[in-house]
Design a protein around this ligand. Structure first.
Ligand code: FES
Length: 568
């Protein structure tokens, strides 16, 4: 059997693709076969098409702990279709084990994955990811590599419990930590909670970035429709892997690369689903980055408009009270799509070869027996859960997750308390000498993409002495991101960022800041002449001296453009 028999297209395929350049094509083929023979592959194997399986298993990534059986599941599906599967490792990004933040390495992972897809012999690729940045990095890579690709995620963890209460990462991590800082929970108790929060392998089991991106990937059409919500380690999850292995062979035969599925309609669908999920603010940056790679014009205004028109339909923390396992048991993403059917473009095509409209013809409405997936007539939360703000403090835009913010803070004017970085916050936030009150606006800068890769430091902790008095929310403003699992009146992604000379760099302690979410405004109430004077005095932080951090700081785009590198 020749690779072209199964692939049905001309040109080099299978192991003959992307030959190593020795100046002698036949020598390259001969040498490649010699080395692969050492791994037990013979002519019967090597005359088949090849599917690459990008494996992001890592001891440093507990969210991917259940990935090895998924790799074998994909391999089994590919084998059944008569095609050779070859597994290869890539960078793996674990949210809690990378400093200063996994976001600094999303583009590095995207570049590494793209180049491995592009330079190794493969006719299609299955991308195994899960933890927050891994999936967007893989999608960016697949779009740019232009090879047929399907995403598979590890799936969410099961919930744990503590003293009879169900809990999970990471909304409950933050909620209990706040109570610990407020003195309501002692060290021994927080130690018990620490051991109960992450009870199994898998990604965070709330609607954080990983869960959000899994749902958006399927909505974009780059994952099988049932692939977003099965839990890590479950039979449902394993079957998705096997089905994907079979399906990628069909995509490879037709040479159907991701650009076949990505267009304005699929991204608009994703923006609508993001709003209905009450999903992560991080997904806004990732969606824009993927869209730009695909040549699709998706802007912050598109995200805002979709959210303005779409109510929250999924009862999942941090916006609601449930967890991913509840969402899955209620029917998962397909049932959410059904509930949103009138708002989605039915012509969007999935890697399963079926349009969304055709798929939804056989999908049930949200059932009466569940209360996790709402309907447009009976939603979980109002529209407008994500709001794009503009104003003198964020001329190019900022974001607030209104659905996860206290209503009484959404129109607020108060004095700024300025912190120069996340480290400055850690060093001073609990210092009573600052004399902070609940009316202060906590401002943190130098945490944008250029400054340090944009860590999830935007939900600054409530000062301990205020938390002990029962304060649970304050207005916070920064050029950082926040975890999709976090909540509060937190204004994020201020653009331009301080390190790029944005107005956030000009704020001083005591300046009045005005937030008006309803009218989409975020303003620094300082006269323009004074701001201009301060701008002359501003000195940007030094650029890192070497390596990836220097390349990143010199080339990263602002958050409102997706924070990709300008040459990608
Ligand atoms: Fe990996 Fe939350 S830390 S998904």
């Amino acid at each position: 059997m020749e690779p072209t028999e199964l692939i049905g297209r001309s040109g080099p395929h299978g192991i003959d693709k992307n030959l190593t350049r020795y100046g002698d094509t036949e020598f390259s083929r001969y040498l490649r076969r010699a080395f692969l023979a050492s791994a037990g592959y013979d002519g019967e194997d090597l005359n088949r098409p090849v599917i690459g399986i990008a494996d992001t298993s890592s001891d440093y990534n507990t969210c991917h702990r259940d990935m090895p059986p998924l790799v074998e599941g994909v391999r089994r599906g590919v084998d059944q279709a008569g095609v050779l599967a070859l597994v290869f490792p890539t960078i793996s990004l674990a949210e809690t084990l990378l400093s200063p933040t996994s976001m600094l390495f999303r583009n590095l992972m995207a570049m590494g994955t793209e180049e491995m897809i592009r330079s190794q012999p493969m006719d299609g690729v299955v991308l195994l990811g899960g933890c927050d940045k891994t999936v967007p990095a893989q999608l960016m890579a697949a779009v740019s590599a232009g090879v047929p690709a399907i995403s598979v995620v590890t799936g969410a963890m099961r919930t744990g419990s503590w003293r009879g209460e169900r809990l999970g990462a990471c909304t409950d991590c933050r909620r209990y930590w706040l109570r610990h800082r407020a003195g309501e929970i002692d060290r021994e108790e927080i130690g018990e909670i620490e051991q109960a929060l992450c009870s199994t392998g898998g990604t965070c089991m709330v609607m954080g970035t990983a869960s959000t991106m899994a749902c958006l990937t399927a909505t974009l059409g780059l994952m099988l429709p049932g692939g977003a919500t099965p839990l890590s380690g479950s039979g449902d999850r394993l079957r998705q892997a096997v089905m994907t292995g079979r399906r990628i062979v069909e995509l490879a035969k037709g040479g159907e690369d991701p650009l076949k599925f990505l267009n304005k309609a699929s991204f608009d669908n994703a923006a609508t689903v993001l709003a209905a999920l009450g999903g992560s603010t991080n997904a806004v940056i990732h969606l824009i980055a993927i869209a730009r790679r695909a040549g699709v014009a998706l802007t912050l205004e598109d995200i805002h408009e979709a959210a303005r028109e779409t109510p929250v339909l999924v009862n999942c923390k941090p916006v609601g009270t449930g967890y991913m396992e509840d969402f899955h048991k209620a029917g998962g993403l397909p049932v959410l799509w059904k509930a949103l059917e009138s708002r989605l473009d039915p012509g969007a095509v999935n890697v399963n070869g079926v349009t969304l409209g055709e798929f939804l013809a056989d999908t049930p409405q949200p059932a009466d027996w569940q209360n996790t997936i709402g309907t447009l007539e009976n939603p979980i939360g109002p529209p407008g859960g994500l709001v794009v703000l503009r104003g003198s403090l964020a001329p190019d835009g900022a974001l607030i997750k209104r659905a996860a913010a206290a209503m009484d803070r959404q129109r607020h004017r108060g004095p700024a308390a300025v912190f120069e970085s996340p480290d400055d916050v850690a060093a001073r936030i609990d210092d009573p000498k600052l004399g902070l009150t609940p009316d202060h606006v906590l401002v943190m800068r130098n945490a944008g993409p250029v400054a340090m890769g944009m860590p999830e430091a935007g939900s600054l902790p409530i000062p301990a002495y205020l938390a002990r008095k029962g304060v649970v929310d304050m207005v916070r403003v920064s050029d950082a991101r926040m975890s999709g699992t976090a909540y509060g009146t937190v204004v994020l992604h201020c653009c331009p960022e301080a390190a790029a000379g944005g107005p956030l760099a000009l704020v001083r302690d005591g300046d009045e800041i005005e937030l008006d979410v309803e009218n989409r405004r975020l303003d620094l109430c300082v006269p323009a002449e004074e701001q201009a004077r301060r701008k002359v005095e501003y000195a940007p932080p030094p650029t890192p001296e070497r390596g990836w951090r220097r390349l990143y700081a010199e080339h990263v785009l602002p958050a409102h453009l997706g924070a990709d590198l300008d040459f990608l």
